[in-house]
Design a protein around this ligand. Structure first.
Ligand SMILES: Nc1ncnc2c1ncn2[C@@H]1O[C@H](COP(=O)(O)OP(=O)(O)O)[C@@H](O)[C@H]1O
Ligand SMILES: [Mg+2]
Length: 1107
């Protein structure tokens, strides 16, 4: 179902006709009636094509809610009932999507709702455009600029309680995505005369009242203000309070808005100070004073007020006072000062007040622009919203109204030109036949006012610049001369006035037939207001202040920048800015909102037909409708048209596969719509008569009802079917799952059973096989066994047979031998003696012995005495001989070995033999000594010069010389001593000096004691009573203990033929002096090599620790 079909349309549920182009019949009456009907039903918006007519409801309507914004968002213009949002949406989307700069032109009389409309457009655009913190701040600042500008630039007039007294054009700038970037506000001609004087029933600008009602007591005190409105001359005495306006609340809104827009606190304070100063200026009064020379002078009556103003503005009081009393005119480098009379002083005061306020307003606009200006330099798309003061006709119309109405005239001009031009262009573009439609063109009025040579503004400027006496009257005279022939100009002197002396027209007035009606202007004040003069003394005085804001407002007061050139007149300034504005608007795509005021009472629900009819007329709305209808009442691009009506034709419904234009053609042909009723443009279908459109709409409505039923039917069917199919599908799935579940369970059980059976069968089969295999194996084994036994039997049998055979053979041989022997003996008995057998025997023995010895000779073992081998005995009977021979051989080779020895070596071997007899298997040290060559003289005493003296002292041959450790008897410590052995003595000498310490005959030695261990300690026991034994027995230690004792033993034996006792025990007694001391060997840790550590424990015990 296409989305567009559910949408409501401009044509759905319509009250009256939403688009006046479709009015049938189309007359001014029906048009007015349609507006009224819609107005009565709260439908304040009506279209003329794409122009929105807005009738001011003068009451809040519930059609601006966020829901409405959403409803109109992204919808086609004609899709929904007419609304200002539709226009705003169209403009925004075409700006965003088609990259067309837009302007929204809002026109209408004062109080018709332009300002409200402009705010609605802005708020709609703000609501639909981009989101995000930064964007929201921009939006908020743009929206909040309104309350500030309204407070300073709006006032209550008779027509509108919140009438804009300035023109405002705001450019909202967007980036390529349509997000707002910022804005620029241009303001046009503030009605500043209102500051000093307001027409009856009107008020000054809102800010004055807001400040006095809403400012806190502190603030008012600071600004030196009184809360009472009546206190101030500039505030109209009457109508200060307005129904429906809460000034105090508005003041808070304005302050808040200023903060949001970005005003600093001190800036806001400065602004209010200027406002207060303006208000207080109005209360300054002057009184006349005559001087001697007859010149009039004025004086300020109450200087207190002036003082307060000066304080507020940071001004020097004397300077300002002087500026109110004198006027300096400069001409050709000459300065002339004249005094001001009372009237001139009042003029100066008001001029200052107006200028101050006007410049403050311009400053505010610039300041706001500074805040809301787009920060980026990227290309911007622009949507301009123009809210200019509306056409005004008052009782007394002056320069301001003239200017305002001129501006409206220009806007009307642009409207006429653009709407018609656009319409015409579209017809031509679409290739539709087009006949020109006549309409009133107000260009002629614009000419009258703005023409450069004879326009009213040009003449006013001329008057102002002209030397000589110039007054409003001279200006009127001039107008009468130049414009008298103009058809739209009337004055007492003009031709077009019906009578030469039109009494309805006062002398000091002229009248212009504006497009919106005739307006009579009083010339009084035209020249002054156009000149817009502020005495130079005043601007200079203002520049001198130290209030920075005020100073910046009067740059021309700076003497350095002073120029004699006149500033441009107000009229020419305005004309120039309007021209710029128009040029600007022409570059943009225009969107029109034409505001209509339904009554003069500002009251809701009242629709004054006469008033509205008048506006319809002068706004040219009828022409607008006619132009729209001249060709065709309704036009629409082919696509949406086909989309909307395709259900009316069977060929296009529900889908049309070809071009939209072809579709529309088929559709219209099938509906039998007369061909003169429509035309095919290039991209749009143009329908001439609204009736045709309504017919189409009617048919569509009926068809829609039918289609709705059809759709409903199909939808229900579809829904039921889908539901059914879904249920069916679900049922199948569920049953499939259930079946699967049960089958799975069954399968698992079967599988388990099968497996069990299978395993039983396999087991049974395996066992069977095993049995079979075992049987086979057994069979094989028994066969082998039987075979083995059989072979064994066979073999044994064979063996037996062979043995038997051998025995028999042997027996045969023996018998044969015996028999042969017997035969031989019998034969040879007669040849041999009886002992021949013995000789043979002996001979045989001899032969055998001979062979044995020869063999032995060849097999003799080596001659080493340690060799143990001996050839094997060949015959048993040689056993004794063989052993004997072995012994003899060994003794012989030992003798051989011994024969090689020298005497010395023999002695050594004897000693070694002796040592082995003494110590082998008794003392552990013995094994060490086996390797030692018992060299004897280790010190080589005879050769070594060191022992020359000692050598000399010893007479006998030295058999042993060595260094031993003599153990001190008292403490067991050892000291090295030379130990010498000769044939008869043993000598102990000092090792270093060679001095003999003891010389003891060996005869005195009784015995020697040693331990069983590996230590080298030995004790030499001496004969009791001998001279040598006076000190007692000796204790020595030496590695060569075995050699020493062996030698000692042999020496003593050779000397005395007695063997001394060698005691080998781990505990023995020695005689020290008179004491018998026990030497005891104990096992201990190794301390100094292999040497034993001796320690005299007490009188009776010497302990020797042996490792
Ligand atoms: N759309 C609207 N809905 C309700 N009231 C409106 C609407 N438009 C205007 N008004 C009322 O009309 C008054 C005047 O409107 P305003 O826009 O100030 O007129 P203009 O700017 O044309 O002089 C507003 O103060 C408001 O009370
Ligand atoms: Mg307004």
């Amino acid at each position: 179902m296409a989305k567009s079909e559910v949408k409501t349309s401009l044509l759905d549920n319509m009250i009256g006709v939403g688009d006046s182009v479709l009015l049938e019949p189309l007359t001014e009456d029906t048009f007015l009636e349609n507006l009224k009907k819609r107005f009565d039903h709260c439908e304040i918006y009506t279209y003329i094509g794409d122009v929105v007519i807005s009738v001011n409801p003068y009451r809040p309507l519930p059609i601006y809610t966020p829901a409405k914004v959403e409803e109109y968002r992204n919808r086609n213009f004609y899709e929904l009932s007419p609304h200002i949002y539709a226009l705003a949406d169209e403009a925004y989307r075409s700006l965003r999507d088609q990259d067309k700069d837009q302007c929204i032109l809002i026109t209408g009389e004062s109080g018709a709702g332009k300002t409200e409309a402009s705010k609605l457009v802005m708020s709609y655009v703000a609501a639909v455009c981009g989101k995000g913190a930064e964007v929201n701040q921009v939006k908020e600042q743009l929206l909040q600029s309104n309350p500030v500008l309204e407070a300073f630039g709006n006032a209550k007039t008779v027509r509108n309680d919140n009438s804009s007294r300035f023109g405002k054009y705001m450019d909202i700038e967007f980036d390529f995505k349509g997000d707002p970037l910022g804005g620029v506000i241009s303001n046009y001609l503030l009605e500043k005369s209102r500051v000093c004087k307001q027409p009856r029933g009107e008020r000054n600008f809102h800010i004055f009242y807001q400040l006095l009602s809403g400012g806190s007591d502190d603030l008012l005190k600071q600004l030196k203000l009184e809360r009472d409105f009546n206190h101030y001359n500039y505030l109209g005495q009457e109508s200060a309070e307005v129904n429906g306006i809460d000034d105090a609340a508005n003041f808070r809104t304005v302050k808040n808005a200023m903060q949001i827009v970005g005003f600093m606190d001190d800036e806001a304070e400065s602004v209010l100070a200027v406002v207060a100063a303006v208000l207080k200026l109005g209360n300054i009064e002057f009184k006349p004073e005559s001087r001697v020379n007859g010149m009039d002078e004025s004086r300020i009556q109450d200087k207190n007020g002036l003082k307060e103003i000066c304080e507020l503005l940071g001004q020097d009081q004397a300077v300002l006072e002087r500026a109110f009393s004198f006027r300096t005119v400069e001409a050709k480098q000459e300065k002339v000062s004249t005094t001001l009379n009372v009237a001139q002083a009042y003029y100066a005061r008001d001029a200052l007040a107006k200028n101050l306020y006007n410049r403050l307003f311009t400053w505010l606009v610039n300041r706001i622009n500074g805040s809301i200006k787009a920060q980026t330099k990227v290309r911007k798309k622009v949507m301009g919203v123009l809210d200019i003061y509306g056409f005004e006709i008052f009782e007394n119309n002056s320069f301001e109204q003239f200017i305002i109405n001129y501006c409206n005239e220009k806007l009307q001009q642009i409207f006429i030109e653009l709407t018609l031009k656009e319409e015409q262009e579209e017809y031509i573009k679409e290739g539709i036949e087009w006949t020109h439609i006549e309409y009133f063109n107000n260009a002629i009025i614009c000419e009258l006012i703005e023409n450069n040579t004879n326009g009213i503004l040009a003449m006013l400027d001329e008057e102002c610049l002209r030397p000589g006496t110039v007054s409003d009257e001279t200006f009127l005279e001039k107008l009468n001369q130049v414009c008298a022939v103009h058809e739209r100009f009337e004055s007492r002197m003009s031709k077009s006035s019906r009578f030469l002396n039109d009494t309805s027209l006062p002398h000091n007035c002229f009248r212009i037939q504006h497009y919106a009606g005739k307006v009579m202007y009083h010339v009084a004040g035209f020249v002054d207001k156009n000149n817009d003069l502020l005495y130079r003394d005043l601007s200079q005085a203002m520049w001198k202040t130290n209030h920075s804001l005020v100073k910046s407002l009067f740059p021309e007061g700076n003497p350095a920048k002073m120029s004699l050139k006149r500033p441009p007149t107000a009229g020419s300034q305005f004309r120039a800015s309007v021209a710029t504005l128009m040029k600007n608007l022409l570059t943009k795509n225009p969107n029109y909102i034409r505001c209509i005021k339904p009554n003069d009472q500002k009251a809701p629900l009242i629709f004054s037909e006469a008033l509205v009819r008048h506006q319809i007329n002068y706004l040219g709305l009828m022409e607008n409708v006619y132009v729209r209808r001249a060709g065709y009442a309704f036009k629409q691009p082919y696509d949406p048209c086909l989309e909307r009506y395709k259900m009316l034709c069977s060929q296009t419904w529900p889908h049309w596969r070809h071009g939209a234009r072809d579709g529309v053609e088929v559709l219209l042909t099938e509906l039998r719509i007369p061909s003169e009723e429509f035309s095919y443009g290039r991209s749009k279908i143009f329908i001439r008569n609204p009736r045709t459109l309504f017919k189409l709409e009617d048919q569509r409505k009926h068809r829609l009802q039918y289609l709705a039923t059809l759709i409903q039917k199909i939808y229900r069917g579809w829904k039921c079917r889908t539901n059914f199919l879904l249920m069916k599908k679900s049922q199948i799935i569920i049953s499939a799952w259930t079946k699967r579940y049960f089958q799975q369970k069954k399968y698992l059980r079967l599988k388990m059973v099968t497996l069990r059976i299978q395993s039983y069968i396999r087991g049974w089969k395996a066992r069977k096989l095993l049995r079979e295999l075992k049987h086979q194996k057994r069979c094989v084994e028994s066969v082998t066994t039987i075979a083995a036994y059989w072979r064994g039997t066979q073999a044994r049998r064979e063996l037996k047979r062979l043995k038997e055979e051998a025995r028999r053979k042997h027996a045969v041989a023996v018998i044969w031998a015996y028999w042969l022997g017997l035969k031989v003996r019998r034969e040879y008995r007669k040849f041999f003696r009886a002992n021949a057998g013995r000789k043979i025997y002996e001979f045989t023995i001899q032969r055998i012995m001979q062979k044995y010895f020869l063999d032995l000779r060849n097999k003799l073992p080596p001659l080493s005495p340690t060799e143990r081998s001996w050839p094997v005995r060949p015959y048993l009977f040689l056993d004794g001989t063989h052993t004997q021979l072995r012994r003899i051989f060994h003794l012989w080779r030992c003798k051989k070995y011994r024969d090689q020895f020298t005497d010395q070596k023999r002695t050594t071997y004897e000693e070694k033999l002796e040592a082995s007899e003494l110590f082998k298997d008794k003392k552990a040290l013995y094994t060490n000594s086996v390797q030692q060559p018992f060299q004897g003289d280790y010190l080589e005493i005879s050769k070594n010069p060191k022992y020359q003296k000692l050598n000399g002292a010893v007479e006998e041959k030295i058999l042993l010389a060595d260094v031993v450790n003599k153990i001190n008897r008292a403490n067991g410590k050892g000291a090295p001593r030379i130990f010498l052995l000769t044939k008869s003595n043993f000598i102990i000498a000092d090792q270093k000096s060679g001095q003999i310490k003891s010389n003891i005959p060996v005869m005195d030695i009784t015995s020697v004691s040693v331990s069983k261990q590996t230590d080298g300690l030995f004790a030499v026991h001496l004969k009791e009573g001998s001279t040598a034994a006076s000190k007692g027995d000796f204790l020595f230690t030496s590695d060569r203990l075995i050699e020493i004792i062996t030698k000692l033993y042999r020496i003593i034996f050779s000397k005395t033929n007695q063997k001394i006792a060698v005691e080998i025990t781990n505990e023995f007694l020695v005689q020290f002096n008179q004491d018998k001391v026990c030497v005891k060997f104990i096992q201990g840790a190794q301390k100094n090599g292999n040497l034993p550590a001796c320690k005299r424990k007490n009188n009776r015990l010497l302990e020797v620790t042996v490792p």
